[in-house]
Design a protein around this ligand. Structure first.
Ligand SMILES: [Zn+2]
Ligand SMILES: [Zn+2]
Length: 102
C-alpha cells in the first residue's frame, strides 16, 4: 500500500482498510513469527504472554511512513495492547487548564 493511500485513509478515518490489506496481513504474520508469538511488552516485564496482535510502536496516525516498517512493529498480547493504547490516549488527551479554576 502506498504512503499516499495510507495518509488518505487516516484523513478519512478508514484505517481499518489498511489493516485489511494483503500487505499488512502478510507483514503481521511475519512479525508474529519473528517474535515467536511472544508479547514483547510482557517479555520486558519478565512475563510470558501469547501475542495475538502486532502493535505499531510509533502510531500509524502520526507516522504513516512507518506503517509497514518492521522495526516499528512488535508482537503484543491483547491486555498489553489495550494498556498501551490507553496510555497513548492519556498522553494525547488535552490537559485540563487548572489556572481557570482559580
Ligand atoms: Zn503482554
Ligand atoms: Zn497498537
Amino acid at each position: 500500500m502506498e504512503l499516499k493511500r495510507i495518509k488518505q485513509l487516516i484523513r478519512e478515518d478508514k484505517l481499518v482498510k489498511f489493516y485489511q490489506c494483503k500487505e499488512w496481513r502478510k507483514l503481521r504474520l511475519k512479525i508474529l513469527k519473528r517474535d515467536n508469538y511472544e508479547c514483547q511488552t510482557c517479555k520486558r516485564n519478565g512475563k510470558v504472554g501469547k501475542a495475538e496482535n502486532v502493535h505499531h510502536i510509533k502510531e500509524v496516525k502520526k507516522y504513516p511512513e512507518l506503517a509497514l516498517v518492521e522495526d516499528n512493529l512488535e508482537c503484543i498480547c491483547i491486555p498489553c495492547h489495550n494498556e498501551e493504547h490507553d496510555r497513548l490516549k492519556e498522553i494525547h488527551k488535552p490537559k485540563f487548564m487548572n489556572e481557570e479554576r482559580w
